[in-house]
Write a protein that binds this ligand. Structure first.
Ligand code: 0GY
Length: 308
């Protein structure tokens, strides 16, 4: 891995943390055919300008750098999720999908005015979902009727909807989410507060959300965002991000056929520390504790959702 990204024509957000160069080789050996089902590309900004409406300006993180990480960690495929810094301009995503030669799928951001021909072009590139973001620090509000209209159109293409929200907002968004007419994939377990009890009202609501709706899936991703304990020193024994482990493990064991995992490289908007992606892969063995659960999480589920 090399090539620390430059700022190009864009100045990075002042406290921006760049992705970690030279990640460790994971101790956990990924099953053959594993998919990194949540990651991003940023720019490069001098080729794919960041969107005027963006809330942050990242470092660059190119498709080539993503694929180098994929190979280093032992993944075979990627699902690249449109990052908010590119708004609804999916050109960097589409470019990365073509460069991947069939080994990546995409989740785009689209607006109501997208034409059927443009949706078809995204499909041909490998896009299989759209992302609806409700995290206020990342995006401005989009009316729910616009989102529902988009969901209806992409459902007809066999796509799913990825939703990103904070746990405290689930009650208010519940009716909208449960009315979506297709598969729904929740980012990062709905961002639970892992300081709260795992059997307390907040996480129980999320578990009920998944239990009562079998079209809802969850990414058991981003322990580095949710953790208050953080990673251990490199050679220490405790699980990385150990306070997140029981939450993710419960979701994996309760809904083994509706979970996905990804690195979230290049880890936008982290303020405390930048994870070593090798250590993040080691987290998987603590949340999916049998070979069967690991295969479902890393291979069978993402292949079913993105490549069938
Ligand atoms: C993530 C999380 C974040 C950012 C984005 O598209 C984005 O800008 O997804 C975040 O800041 O929590 O999944 O990458």
């Amino acid at each position: 891995m090399s090539g620390r990204p430059t700022s190009g024509p864009h100045t990075k957000t002042a406290d921006w943390l760049d992705w970690y160069e030279g990640p460790a080789k994971p101790r956990f050996v990924l099953p053959p055919g594993s998919v990194d089902a949540h990651c991003h590309v940023f720019g490069p900004g001098d080729r794919f300008a960041y969107a005027p409406e963006r809330k942050y300006t990242p470092c660059d993180a190119s498709a080539e750098q993503l694929f180098a990480l994929r190979d280093h960690l032992g993944f075979e495929r990627n699902v690249i999720v449109q990052a908010t810094c590119h708004g609804a301009d999916n050109r960097a995503l589409v470019d990365a999908l073509y460069k991947a030669g069939g080994m990546a799928r995409g989740v785009a951001t689209v607006r109501r005015d997208i034409s059927d021909a443009q949706l078809q072009a995204l499909h041909a590139a490998g896009v299989r979902g759209v992302r609806f973001n409700f995290v206020k620090r990342l995006v401005d509000f989009t009316p729910k009727d616009e989102l529902m209209e988009i969901a209806g159109r992409v459902a007809r293409l066999g796509w799913h909807v990825v939703i990103y929200f904070e746990a405290r907002d689930l009650p208010e968004l519940w009716d909208f989410f449960t009315a979506l007419p297709t598969t729904v994939v929740v980012d990062h377990m709905g961002r639970p507060d892992v300081n709260l009890p795992i059997d307390g009202p907040q996480f129980e609501l999320f578990m009920r959300f998944m239990r009562e709706h079998d079209n809802i899936w969850s990414k058991v991703t981003c322990p580095e965002r949710l953790s208050l304990t953080g990673p251990p020193a490199l050679d220490a024994q405790p699980a990385p991000y150990r306070d997140v482990v029981p939450f993710a493990r419960r979701v994996v064991e309760t809904f083994p056929d509706r979970v996905l995992w990804g690195t979230d490289w290049p880890h936008p908007n982290l303020k405390q520390h930048m994870p070593d992606d090798g250590l993040l892969v080691d987290f998987i063995a603590h949340i999916a504790t049998t070979a069967q659960l690991q295969r479902k999480l890393l291979v069978d589920n993402p292949m079913r959702l993105y490549w069938s």
